[in-house]
Design a protein around this ligand. Structure first.
Ligand code: ADP
Ligand code: XUL
Length: 509
């Protein structure tokens, strides 16, 4: 039996997915929602509501209680003793602050306390900043100045100083709560914290999640002494080691064995972030396929040959679980902007929107519909137009073309030759929208529906490290796209190249 478990700790809850890595099937799935399953804690969307100054924090003990509930629910469906390896995917950038002896109680009290009771006295910061936090502008500016500017930081760490990244979050904590910082002996990411609990060791951080901190030298896959010095006093001794992306960090901790019925031989594999995990879960860990997810925000991620960073500082580069690096590009104005255009045109549903797109002439103009302030490119809300004036319902097509061209433009730095775009997320259902992505990227579009891609990617990483099955083989078994391809209309390529160049010039102006 080749049963492995992927655990995804996301913003809203925990998903546990057990796969049989040899048979290529999903064996069990269960989930816990932080809001719905723990209503008494008062965090309906997984984070603490009502904070000021852009702060968005979550309760790390809620993550731990939800993890235990997920493991209890899993034991109702399958025998946990049949699981041979486990890996964690964690929401990236979230951090947990602990004292230097935080692990002592975990070992001493495995029979009498819950994990959260054992962790609670060791938290030096009761809450955890998460990726939605926007309170660290001052820290980003200071880190940027100390390291020679935003683009220098991007070249070194893979990203410009970014408010939601862990380094700026640590900087702010050390600055405004120096006494609590001096009591802090360990800062973990969500993935390494949960992996530590599962293995009963102080787990390392992989280069996929580590690159989301503005602290790691991406090319060397090691902490950057300069970035650490620019961030907070004596940070080096407070960080876990950076581990190999395929490391097995230990065997199941006693808690997992005694309380949750796991085998003492079950291997615990190094954790990673949700984006590197999704790269694997979407079948894109090898360069050549890019994944575009058309959700609330539109995101694009892809494996990169070697180490590259965005010279313009918009995209992020993280470690790829398969080795090398990956890109993550995020455009805030995704579905909400498409919805706003649909409303403005009075189109009743998405079928009407698709019909309006199909009735318009392609590659004549492009509109970037920024309903809210944008990060890629950094622009205030408003509309950018290139090409011929847009009249009437042709705005539907021009807006989607603008969004696709913007993603194409901001992903050029990845450099890898493209074979296909894997399209996912709510709007990928829409064939007219999917066709625009085929035409603009000038490669076939494959649609994929993998709702638990981060948990699946974690399970696949567990199988890779724990059982020695290669990731490409696992991707072939678990990540097959819909068989029908949407092929690009190559004759549109020259006109799209002109629109992309015009959009670039407009953005740079
Ligand atoms: P998220 O995971 O970010 O919450 P999803 O990937 O589930 O988002 O996508 C949801 C969005 O997809 C909805 O907000 C809606 O605007 C959009 N959507 C759903 N169906 C269609 C469609 N047929 N055409 C275009 N957009 C769609
Ligand atoms: C990536 C990011 C989010 C989080 C939570 O940089 O902030 O995607 O990983 O999902």
């Amino acid at each position: 039996m080749a049963r492995v478990l992927g655990l995804d700790l996301s913003t809203q809850g925990v998903t546990a997915l057990v796969i049989d890595a040899e048979a290529g099937v999903i064996v069990a799935r269960t989930a816990v929602n932080f809001g719905a399953d723990f209503p008494e804690r008062g965090h309906p969307s997984g984070y603490i509501p009502g904070a000021s100054d852009g702060e968005v924090h979550a309760d790390p003990l809620l993550w731990v209680d939800a993890l235990q509930l997920a493991l209890d629910r899993l034991a109702e469906i399958i025998d946990p003793a049949s699981i041979v390896a486990v890996a964690v995917s964690g929401q990236q950038h979230g951090s947990v602050y602990l004292d230097a002896c935080w692990q002592d109680d975990l070992h001493r009290n495995h029979a009498s306390k819950s994990w959260s009771e054992a962790v609670r006295p060791h938290l030096t910061r009761s809450t955890s900043p998460i990726w939605m936090d926007n309170s660290t502008g001052e820290d980003c500016a200071r880190i940027s100045r100390a390291l020679g500017g935003d683009l220098a930081v991007a070249k070194l760490t893979g990203s410009v100083p970014t408010p939601r990244f862990t380094g700026p979050q640590i900087s702010r904590f050390a600055r405004i709560e120096p006494a609590a910082w001096s009591r802090t002996g360990r800062v973990h990411l969500v993935s390494s914290f949960i992996t530590s609990l599962l293995a009963g060791v102080d787990a390392p951080i992989d280069t996929g999640d580590g690159a989301g901190m503005n602290l790691m030298d991406l090319a060397r896959g090691a902490w950057s002494p300069e970035a650490l010095a620019a961030t907070a006093p004596e940070l080096a001794r407070r960080l876990p080691a950076i581990g190999r992306n395929d490391a097995v960090v230990g065997l199941a901790a006693q808690w997992l064995v005694l309380r949750h019925g796991f085998s003492p031989r079950c291997q615990i594999v190094i954790g990673s972030g949700d984006n590197p995990s999704s790269l694997v879960g979407m079948g894109a860990s090898t360069p050549g396929h890019i994944v575009v997810s058309l959700g609330t925000s539109d995101t694009l991620f892809a494996a990169i040959d070697g180490v590259r960073t965005d010279p313009d500082g918009f995209g992020h580069a993280f470690g790829n679980p398969l080795g090398g690096t990956m890109s993550l590009i995020c455009v805030r104005n995704g579905s909400l902007a498409r919805e706003a255009v649909r409303r403005e045109l009075g189109l009743g549903d998405w079928d009407d929107f698709a019909r309006a797109m199909s009735a318009s002439v392609p590659a004549r103009s492009a509109v970037l519909p920024l309903e809210q302030d944008e990060i890629t490119p950094r622009r205030k809300a408003g509309r950018l137009l290139v090409g011929a004036p847009v009249v009437g319902a042709s705005l539907a097509l021009a807006a989607v073309e603008g969004q696709a061209l913007n993603l194409r433009l901001h992903s050029r730095w990845i450099g890898t030759a493209l074979h296909a775009v894997r399209l996912t997320g709510g709007a990928s259902e829409n064939s007219a929208i999917a066709q625009v992505f085929a035409d603009v990227f000038s490669v076939p579009v494959q649609r994929i529906k993998i709702p638990d891609s981060a948990a699946l990617g974690a399970a696949m990483r567990a199988a890779h490290s724990g059982l020695g099955i290669t990731l490409p083989l696992l991707e072939a078994k678990f990540c097959a796209p819909e068989s029908r391809l949407l092929n690009p209309r190559k004759e549109l390529a020259p006109a799209y190249a002109v629109l992309e160049a015009d959009l670039k010039a407009l953005i740079l102006r």
